[in-house]
Design a protein around this ligand. Structure first.
Ligand SMILES: Cc1ncc(COP(=O)(O)O)c(C=O)c1O
Length: 494
């Protein structure tokens, strides 16, 4: 017996008792999942879905070692961290071993939001400053202090009063951002923007407490910041008396393959002052952590106020955390992320050669984004098409999501046991779906002749101009609107 109610009743009860702003995936036809194993989820009829969404089930859904570790400790004891317990110190020691030396003091909490909120408190206390610099399109959590520093959220609310101590720097996105792949030094250009924000803030009487960023922006659209950007930003922020907070809530614990922490992609010489962790840390068990330096922790202590957290660091959470670290190592999941991630990237890049809708393929390890565009030259976001892709994949029993400011980036963040066959399977399906959508829209690949690119901006079924473009400039000029067939596909997408 895996369900208590039939699906209709579950939907009705949810509509009645659960807050309407808590959304479900695929709201037109939500999925009821009753069990999961590895990288697969199963609905109430036993249908199997390939899960490319759940970065929380890091070492695989319901991993037996993790389940056993939690159950065993639960049988014995669960209590708060005011009692001495070896799980807490053992886990802190194991976690520290994955980080650069100065990051040696842990605070255990229960969610990514709690971790980031505490990180802000540490920064405010340590620096005695108030200003926070965040990246455009960033999301750092759902509590009030974090909505204030999450443009991903506060941009959705025109009437939301912006916190005047929060400053938004451009996202270091070299595909769609202010400085792109053709810029000679995007790391410096983007970090100079942060320097200018600091200068401007100083002129207005603000003082900077921290710069916070995900080591790879996830909700922001699977962005890989140019190497060296964090070092330069840290230099400006430190000079202003602030600290650097790396949010690893989505991207930590070996997802990038080559490194355990995504900030390490920036180079050995970069060490943040605070690292926040969440999602994958407990493989679905709600736990999270803030790791910082001794100096910052001492400054927090100097207030004289105790830090107490009822559930943070309890023996069950720590047993689970230890089991997750063991599985990552035992099953070489970082190696798997490197191997399968590069295979997936290779397959997706081949799709870029074939499909005009694929504007950019970027990623590292099992953190991959495919940005869909209507027009490669102007990079017009293919938002509706991206939604169509994920709905069509769902029909093929594949769970994938979209993200980014235009919701046009297909976002891959599967459990780390995702394998080569899964990669091949999903790309074959994407190939089919894109072929279908492009045929309906009449999209074709741009033609390159004599170094000059000629691109079709419209398609079959309606007149279009052939724009002759070179470099970045192009003007889309439709003579007529979309055909009936195109309109139908657009309406279906809604
Ligand atoms: C980058 C990042 N930071 C923080 C959070 C907040 O974590 P939680 O939902 O566990 O509070 C999220 C959640 O999606 C996130 O993506």
């Amino acid at each position: 017996m895996t369900e208590t109610f039939d699906k209709r009743k579950t939907i009705d009860l949810r509509n009645k008792h659960i807050g309407p702003s808590c959304k479900v995936f695929f709201s037109h036809d939500p999925i009821k999942i009753v069990r999961a194993k590895g990288q697969y989820m199963f609905d109430e009829r036993g249908e199997r879905y390939l899960d490319c969404i759940n970065n929380v089930a890091h070492v695989g859904h319901s991993h037996p070692d993790v389940v056993k570790a939690g159950a065993k400790q639960m049988e014995l004891l669960n209590t708060n961290s005011r009692f001495l317990h070896d799980n807490l110190v053992q886990y802190a020691e194991r976690l520290q071993a994955t980080l650069p030396e100065p990051l040696s003091v842990c605070y255990f909490v229960n969610s990514g939001s709690e971790a980031n909120d505490l990180a802000l408190r540490l920064a405010w206390q340590y620096t005695s400053h108030k200003g926070i610099i965040t990246l455009d399109h960033a999301y750092h959590g759902h509590v009030s202090s974090l909505i204030d520093i999450s443009p991903y959220k506060f941009h959705q609310r025109a009437n939301l009063e912006k916190n005047l101590s929060v400053f938004v720097a451009p996202s270091p996105d070299i595909y769609r951002g202010k400085y792109r792949e053709d810029h000679p030094d995007p790391a410096t250009a983007y970090s100079d923007e942060v320097r200018d924000i600091i200068d401007d803030a100083h002129k207005k009487g603000h003082r900077i407490a921290a710069f916070i960023a995900e080591s790879l922006q996830s909700c922001g659209g699977q962005i890989i910041p140019p190497r060296g950007y964090f070092q330069k930003v840290a230099e400006h922020v430190h000079k202003a008396g602030g600290i650097f907070i790396a949010d690893e809530v989505q991207v930590g614990f070996g997802r990038t393959g080559s490194h355990f922490w995504a900030f390490q992609l920036q180079g050995e010489d970069f060490v943040p002052d605070i690292v926040t962790m969440g999602k994958p840390i407990g493989n679905g068990h709600p736990m999270s952590c803030v790791v910082t330096t001794r100096n910052i922790a001492e400054a927090f202590m100097s207030t004289g106020m105790e830090y107490f957290n009822t559930f943070g660091g309890n023996p069950v959470s720590c047993a689970i955390g230890l089991a997750v670290l063991d599985v990552i190592q035992k099953e070489d999941l970082q190696g798997n992320a490197t191997r399968v991630g590069s295979y997936l990237m290779q397959l997706l890049k081949q799709q870029r050669e074939k499909h005009p809708l694929v504007g950019d393929v970027r990623g590292v390890g099992l953190f991959v984004g495919v940005e869909l565009v209507r027009d490669r030259i102007q990079r017009i976001p293919a938002t509706a098409e991206a939604q169509d892709v994920i709905y069509k994949l769902k029909e093929q029993r594949i769970l994938l999501s979209t993200d980014g400011p235009h919701r046009n980036v297909l976002k891959f963040k599967p459990p780390m046991c995702f394998c080569a066959e899964d990669a091949k399977f999903i790309v074959e399906k994407i190939d089919k779906v894109l072929t279908e959508i492009e045929a309906a829209l009449g999209l074709q690949l741009p033609v390159v002749m004599n170094g000059i690119q000629e691109t079709y901006c419209g398609g079959k079924g309606h007149k279009h101009n052939l724009n002759r473009v070179s470099g970045q400039e192009a003007v889309e000029s439709h003579e007529s609107g979309p055909s009936k067939k195109q309109r139908k596909i657009k309406n279906d997408i809604k």
